[in-house]
Design a protein around this ligand. Sequence first.
Ligand SMILES: [Zn+2]
Length: 431
Amino acid sequence: MLEKRIRRSHRWYAFFCICFLFTLSWTAFFQVNAAEEEVKESEEIEEQEEISKKEPDRVVILSKKSKGKKFTFTWSAVEEAEGYHIYRRRKDEKKWMLLGTTKKTKYSDTTMKNGRRYFYKVAAFNEAGEGEKSKFVSVVRVKKIQCGGNKLTLELGEKKQLTIKLVPQNPTNKKLFFSSSDKNIVTVSQKGKLRAKNPGTAVILIHSVTGAEKKLKVTVKKKARIVAIDAGHQLHGDSSLEPMAPGSSQMKAKVASGTCGTATGVPEYQLNLTVSLKLETELKKRGYEVVMIRRTNEVNISNSERAKIANSSGAEIFVRVHANGGAPSARGILTMSPTSSNPYIGSKFAECNALSTALVNHMCARTGAINKGVIYTDSMSGINWCTIPVSIVEMGFMTNEAEDRLMQTDSYQNQLVMGMADGIDEYFLSH
Ligand SMILES: [Zn+2]
């Protein structure tokens, strides 16, 4: 019986033990489950954090500016960016090179060479990596400024717009600055317009906003006055006729044969040419431009043709060089001008008269010859066909033996020439 009891108690004990173990294992099971769930939850949180740490968006370039040695560009800030990588590529390169890193939204590059084109891209980055690179922005700086040479000559008072060519043709910043080393001689506007103020030389400096430079030497010269000279007559006169004036029914010989030296036998056309060529030399020495109607005796040019050549030559005045003929006792110098009522060139009477007066006075002053003054006539074809101020100079009388001989001397010819040139100078002082 006792044994039975003991066995029974054993069974109870075993039962309790089993129950206890069962309870323990359930608790353990639930605890493990709970822990696993915790792990799962934390994994989910980590996954969510990884999703928020993706690469930043693409950068958008906002502006660019090229000034001095700097090329600066800006872009819009990108959310979640820790900084920005700046990439650069030269036109002749294939790879984008990492140029720098910044936390700002602005970058300045100062390492470009003039005349080369550079491209830039920006990419935002963070822990997760680098975002897509921006569209490119490019810069090319002026290498050379060209304006058709290094030297330029302007006439006094002349205005000139400089034609500027930049190399390369389309730099990022085309802005140029202009300055003159001497504003009394030549001024320059910021658009490159020159104005010649006084004779002399000055240097125009042209520089680009990014540093390229060009120097242009400008010389301002007095505007050359142009004088037409006609050595009267020619080897053979031409007695065929031409109208004495435009539209006139009055006819005159095309070219008279002229007079001749009583003592020397030298024909007038020869003396006229000798003195005219000397006058040309003297006027050129004084800075004039000279138009010669003839340089040899073997020509056939009518008086109206001579006037037309002078009219269209660009000359401002026309001086017709002659020598006189008359009574053996007649001597001295005179000049001829149209009258104020001349229907063809009367409107230029004041100029013709001023020129004629200046010529005769200065020639007499230089030579000491008798001053026979100005004679007014409207019957000269060579005057009537003129449209520019004109004067006929009668240097002396070839029919006067003494004056004829005198006019064949080199020294007297030189005095006549100096007098004519002085007269022309005086005329241009006020015209
Ligand atoms: Zn003559």
